[in-house]
Design a protein around this ligand. Structure first.
Ligand code: MF3
Ligand code: CO
Length: 248
């Protein structure tokens, strides 16, 4: 069941989401060769708690950290630790916050120093595929129009979309209905109405779409060990169209 949000609920989600955006902004400034992913996690938790909020991922199905840090062939759900970033890496950082009972969720992929043109293009195409999905999020459009927008943009650029993980409704829970795949035919699924809030999150692989999970039971990697990127925004559908909540 899709829970349509009131103006008041969307305002609560805007506040949670702004903290998410602030965390991503500050972590981006820390990214350089030699920094550990644990240091990024610690900083994120500090910012979130100082804002009077809670890290949404910490303890979620026993997840052990406040953020996910996924490097190079890691797709999503990489666990922060003592690994140090090195020049040429790409790192996806995913952040979730709960404030006064409402959630915000966003992710972005960043370059560590100078990266290959191929890696830069992957990041660019993934970011733009999210923008395409957001543009497709209009009152009266169908949910799978967003899925199709991501897939067609990504595949036109010769990359592939991950099939095993999806975007999602978000609100008083981090994961609500509906599930939002990043692939599919247009014109299917529920008709979007004002007050729906979605976490839209394309995961894009440079090679094939297939993934596997490491023995830590969290970290998802590409089967072919090619690079992967991930962007996510929490987006509310208002009268005037989509509003990205996870912005400053
Ligand atoms: N942004 C991810 C999602 O929407 C974050 C979940 S990571 C977890 O599913 F650690 F919390 F599981
Ligand atoms: Co999400």
């Amino acid at each position: 069941m899709i829970k349509i949000k009131s103006t008041r609920e969307i305002e609560a989600m805007r506040r949670a989401s702004r903290i998410v955006a602030e965390v991503l902004r500050q972590l981006e400034q820390m990214i350089r060769p030699g920094v550990t992913t644990a240091a990024l996690d610690k900083k994120a938790e500090q910012i979130i708690r100082k804002a009077g909020a809670e890290p949404a991922f910490l303890g979620y199905h026993n997840y052990p950290a406040s953020i996910c840090t996924s490097i190079n062939e890691e797709v999503v759900h990489g666990i922060p630790g003592l690994r140090r970033l090195k020049e040429g890496d790409i790192i996806s950082i995913d952040v979730g916050v709960r404030l006064k009972g409402y959630y915000g969720d966003a992710a972005a992929t960043f370059a560590v120093g100078g990266i290959s043109p191929a890696a830069a293009r992957l990041i660019d195409v993934t970011r733009r595929s999210l923008e395409e999905a957001i543009k497709a999020m209009q009152v009266g459009s169908r949910l799978s129009d967003l899925s199709h927008a991501v897939q067609s943009y990504v595949e036109a650029n010769k990359f592939s979309v991950v099939r095993n993980f999806v975007g999602h409704g978000i609100g008083a829970e981090m994961h609500e209905d509906p599930q939002l795949p990043n692939f599919g035919d247009p014109g299917r699924g529920p008709v979007l109405q004002q007050g729906i809030v979605l976490a839209i999150e394309p995961m894009v692989n440079a090679g094939g779409w297939e993934v596997e999970v490491l023995t830590d039971r969290w970290t998802v990697i590409t089967k072919d060990r090619g690079l992967s990127a991930h962007f996510e925004h929490t987006v509310a559908l208002g009268a005037a169209g989509p509003e990205i909540l996870t912005l400053l």
